[in-house]
Write a protein that binds this ligand. Structure first.
Ligand code: NAG
Ligand code: NAG
Length: 225
């Protein structure tokens, strides 16, 4: 049973030089504002360089505008710490929107969930903006070729943003990389066997794995080892 955990994407200050982005987008120290501007001018497709994101939510900009408007109209209602914060969701976790939930596999392409996973529903109630789905080793870990962890047929080979040739580690790979590269403020992962802790440590972010059972596991594609 996959154990759903939060991967809290608090980037730590790194001494190693971060890699620059392609086509003018700079991953390191990107702000939410620059991320939005880059979505608009198309340069965030350079996220493909790291293969951390499988799909971008076509409604993200609308949701961001709505969050901004809510903040203007009712500051108190929008005062929660996660209101308007961009979040990337591991492709194991169901979202009820236009995004596919596929475990990185073409076999599930076209599968759009009928309801949000428990954690996604709670995050939406808190006002987050779902930016998209993060990459992962397809189905959890079964389809990595010999070599680096973090490959899926849909997302390609996810890469450690600090050192591209270093193994980005298994399972919640794209979530950790997206956090390290500032593609989202917060990313969600899942963990069965160090699947948050390992990619978080290897990609130099803080991963939080709460006690099993504290967060809902409904609507999450399970990983059996
Ligand atoms: C797109 O916007 C970002 C953020 O403002 C900027 O860094 C980048 O240079 C822009 N890229 C292009 C191709 O206009
Ligand atoms: C979901 O998958 C379908 C293909 O089945 C594709 O046409 C659609 O663009 C995907 N959704 C998003 C948000 O990328």
């Amino acid at each position: 049973m996959a154990r759903l955990q939060l991967l809290l994407a608090v980037s730590v200050i790194m001494l190693a030089a971060a890699s620059g982005g392609a086509r003018g987008f700079h991953f390191e120290e990107a702000t939410v504002d620059s991320i939005h501007r880059s979505f608009r001018n198309g340069s965030l497709t350079s996220a493909a360089l790291l293969h951390a994101v499988i799909e971008v939510n076509p409604d993200a900009l609308r949701d961001v505008s709505r969050a901004d408007a809510e903040r203007g109209v009712n500051r108190r209602a929008a005062a929660g710490g996660l209101h308007g914060v961009p979040v990337l969701i591991k492709d194991f976790i169901a979202t009820r929107d236009r995004l596919n939930t596929t475990a990185g596999s073409f076999a599930l392409l076209g599968s759009v969930a009928r309801r949000d996973a428990g954690v996604v529903a709670r995050l939406r109630r808190a006002g987050v903006v779902v930016l998209g789905k993060s990459n992962l080793p397809e189905w959890g870990n079964f389809r990595n070729a010999a070599g680096l962890d973090g490959w899926s047929a849909r997302g390609g080979q996810a890469m450690n943003p600090y050192v591209l040739v270093v193994d980005p580690c298994q399972a919640s790979t794209g979530s950790a990389i997206a956090a390290a590269a500032n593609m989202a403020a917060v990313t969600l992962g899942t963990e069965t066997l160090a699947s948050i802790l390992c990619p978080a440590s290897v990609n130099s972010v803080v991963g939080i794995k709460p006690t099993v059972g504290l967060t809902s596991r409904s609507g999450v594609i399970p990983f059996h080892s």
